[in-house]
Design a protein around this ligand. Structure first.
Ligand code: C2E
Ligand code: CA
Ligand code: CA
Length: 321
């Protein structure tokens, strides 16, 4: 290296190569690499220290959204320690009853009524306070804890909806996020057990799946989704438009709802392209008879625009955090 920054150029090239979808035995696979960079002698004096510094930088790259590289800086060590304690604590979070669900309403733009709510998980940490999901969901996935956390979320959302109803508060349905790593062979069984135990009518549960789940168009995925439909639950595709997936899954999979990702909603008034994309997605959802939810709506302008173009259900800070 003539200068430390040059490592970034190489890292970028590696990322560009690695993030290209690969086809292996008919499955399209996408990896999300994270690269940490440390340079001797600035960052470390021994090989062990250098590797450790690169590792620390890599964890920072991971937590800043993956597909990314990060150069080591000395203030990162503390964050590494924090990560370790979070890891240990997260393993006990469920049994210590530290997880909570917050509900964000989904509002029908024509009637103004609340047609559902999305359950969003938070971790009430005894020292760190309320930890947002981007800090612990990826960690839970990495540690193999996401099944346990996800199950807790599913069970709690269903139970609380039943309780709400008993108190005379009518919320038509609840949406629960499902991690791709949670979507395994036992998932359908767990969903059906939770429905039975809580007594929630299946139609009032909606599962939010990411494009990552649909991506491998495997027969087993289609079967699993059909199995869920047979239970009577509703299926929604989350963060639509951000993944690598092809559009064909929209017709092949038994979906009920499509959620336009927030990133399309943010800048639509600044860029005509984004605006026409939203209009096109709304039209597509209509013609495929999918319910459409626009998420991340913060301003009246966004709301008016979406309503004007026929987006029926809206979720975002404009109505409620
Ligand atoms: P998501 O499923 O896309 O959830 C929407 C996120 O956007 C939420 O962030 C929500 O608080 C935020 N949001 C909603 N309206 C607005 C708005 O108007 N403006 C802005 N700036 N943000 C808005 P949150 O709660 O931090 O959750 C982040 C992500 O964590 C979720 O993204 C979801 O992928 C994941 N997550 C949350 N709860 C669970 C869960 O129980 N299980 C799993 N597997 N993932 C979860
Ligand atoms: Ca979601
Ligand atoms: Ca989303």
């Amino acid at each position: 290296l003539d200068q430390p920054e040059s490592a970034g150029v190489v890292a970028r090239r590696l990322l560009d190569e690695l993030t290209r979808p690969m086809t292996i035995e008919g499955h399209e696979l996408v990896v999300t690499p994270s690269i940490g960079i440390a340079v001797a002698p600035n960052d470390a004096e021994t090989v062990e220290e250098l590797l450790k510094a690169a590792d620390t930088a890599m964890y920072h790259a991971k937590s800043s959204g993956k597909n990314n590289f990060v150069q080591y800086t000395s203030d990162m060590d503390e964050a590494g320690v924090e990560r370790l304690t979070l890891e240990t604590d997260l393993r006990k979070a469920v049994e210590r009853d530290e997880l909570v669900l917050h509900y964000q309403p989904q509002v029908d733009t024509l009637t103004g009524s609340v047609v559902g709510a999305e359950a969003l998980m938070r971790w009430q940490h005894p020292e760190h306070g309320l930890v947002p999901p981007f800090k612990f969901i990826p960690l839970a996935e990495e540690l193999g804890l996401i099944g346990e956390l996800g199950e807790w979320g599913l069970e709690t959302a269903c139970r609380q909806l039943v309780v709400l109803q008993a108190e005379g508060l009518e919320l038509p349905k609840v949406s629960v996020n499902v991690s791709a790593l949670q979507f395994n062979r036992t998932f359908i069984t767990r969903v059906s057990e939770v429905l039975r135990q809580t007594g929630l009518r299946p139609r009032r549960l909606e599962l939010e799946l990411t494009e990552g789940i649909m991506m491998d168009g495997a027969e087993s995925t289609i079967n699993a989704l059909e199995g869920l439909k047979d239970l009577g639950v509703q299926l929604s595709i989350d963060d639509f438009g951000t993944g690598y997936s092809s559009l064909s899954y929209l017709s092949r999979f038994p979906l009920d709802e499509l959620k336009i990702d927030r990133s399309f909603v943010i800048d639509f008034d600044k860029s005509e392209n984004d605006a026409s994309l939203i209009v096109a997605i709304i039209a597509m959802a209509k013609s495929m008879r999918l319910q459409l939810v626009a998420e991340g709506v913060e301003t009246h302008e966004q709301y008016q625009f979406l309503r004007h173009h026929g987006a029926s259900v809206i979720q975002g800070y404009l109505f409620s955090k």
